[in-house]
Design a protein around this ligand. Structure first.
Ligand code: UDP
Length: 250
C-alpha cells in the first residue's frame, strides 16, 4: 500500500492510507505532566485523536503500556521476583486499557478491552477470531495484559497482535515526530530519518521499540510508523497522507 492517501476525484474525501492499524502508546503517554499514574484530561485528548481516525472508517487496534504504573524490571531491581513483577506490569496495562475504554466510549466510540490473561468480570479474554469480528464491526479493540507472558514488553505485544489481526502498520505514538540519529531533546543537531530499515534500528540501537518487537515486525514485513502523539491531529494527518513521521521497514 502506498504511503500517500489514494488520489480521488476532485471534491471527494481522500481515502485513508491504511484500513486497519495498530496504535501503540506507552503508559507514560497517559500520565500527562504528572510523574505517575493516569491523567484523565490526557487520556481524553488521546481518545479524541483516536476518534478522528475511527471516523475515517479505519479499523483500530490499540496496545497501551503500563510504565506509568509499574514496570517489571523496576520491581525486580527492588528485589521482587521478576515474573511476579512482570505480572504486576501486565495488570497495570489492564488499568490503562480500561481508562482508555471509558474515555473512548464517553465520546461515542464502541470498544472492547481484550486481555491476554482471562479476567472475565473485567474484560474479554483474547480469542483471535472474536477480536477480528469486533474490528469488522468498527469496535476499537484495546489489547491488554501484554502477551500474557513475563519477560516481554507491550511493544512486542503490539507487534504480535498487529500480525494476528492483519494490521497494515503499527503506529507508535511518541513524544517526538519520528526516529532521530540521536536524542532530539538533548541534541539540536539531531537528524530525523524519513525511512529507516529494521536492521539499522537494531544495529544503531535507535530505540524505536525493543529488539524482539523490531525483529517480529521485520520477519513479517510490518511497517512501523513513528509519530508524535503530542501533535494535535497528527495521527489522522498521517492516515490522510500528510504529516511528519518516520517509517521503519520496507
Ligand atoms: N509485561 C510483561 N509481558 C508482556 C507485556 C508487558 O511482562 O507481554 C510487563 C513488563 O513488566 C513491563 C510492564 O508489563 O515492564 C509494562 O509494559 P511496558 O514496559 O511495555 O510499558 P510501556 O513502557 O509501554 O509503558
Amino acid at each position: 500500500m502506498s504511503d500517500q492517501a489514494q488520489t480521488t476525484a476532485e471534491g471527494e474525501t481522500p481515502q485513508p492510507t491504511y484500513k486497519r492499524v495498530m496504535l501503540k502508546i506507552s503508559g507514560e503517554a497517559l500520565m500527562g505532566d504528572q510523574g505517575f499514574g493516569l491523567n484523565p484530561p490526557t487520556v481524553e485528548r488521546i481518545a479524541r485523536e483516536v476518534k478522528t481516525v475511527h471516523d475515517m472508517g479505519v479499523e483500530i487496534c490499540m496496545v497501551i503500556g503500563g510504565g506509568n504504573i509499574f514496570r517489571g524490571l523496576q520491581g525486580s531491581a527492588q528485589g521482587m521476583e521478576r515474573t511476579t513483577a512482570d505480572y504486576m506490569g501486565m495488570l497495570a496495562t489492564v488499568m490503562n486499557a480500561l481508562a482508555m475504554q471509558s474515555a473512548l466510549e464517553g465520546i461515542g466510540v464502541y470498544t472492547r478491552v481484550i486481555s491476554a490473561i482471562p479476567m472475565d468480570q473485567v474484560c474479554e479474554p483474547y480469542i483471535r477470531r472474536r477480536a477480528v469480528r469486533h474490528l469488522e464491526k468498527k469496535r476499537v479493540c484495546i489489547f491488554a495484559a501484554g502477551t500474557g507472558n513475563p519477560y516481554f514488553t507491550t511493544d512486542t505485544a503490539a507487534t504480535l497482535r498487529a500480525n494476528e489481526m492483519a494490521c497494515e502498520a503499527i503506529f507508535k505514538g511518541t513524544k517526538v515526530d519520528g526516529v532521530y540519529d540521536k536524542d532530539p531533546v538533548k541534541n539540536d543537531d539531531a537528524v530525523r530519518y524519513d525511512t529507516v530499515s529494521y536492521d539499522d534500528v537494531l544495529a544503531k540501537r535507535l530505540g524505536v521499540m525493543d529488539a524482539s518487537a523490531i525483529a517480529l515486525a521485520r520477519d513479517n514485513n510490518l511497517p512501523i510508523i513513528v509519530f508524535s502523539l503530542d501533535e494535535p491531529g497528527g495521527f489522522r494527518g498521517i492516515l490522510d497522507g500528510q504529516g511528519t513521521y518516520t517509517r521503519v521497514g520496507g
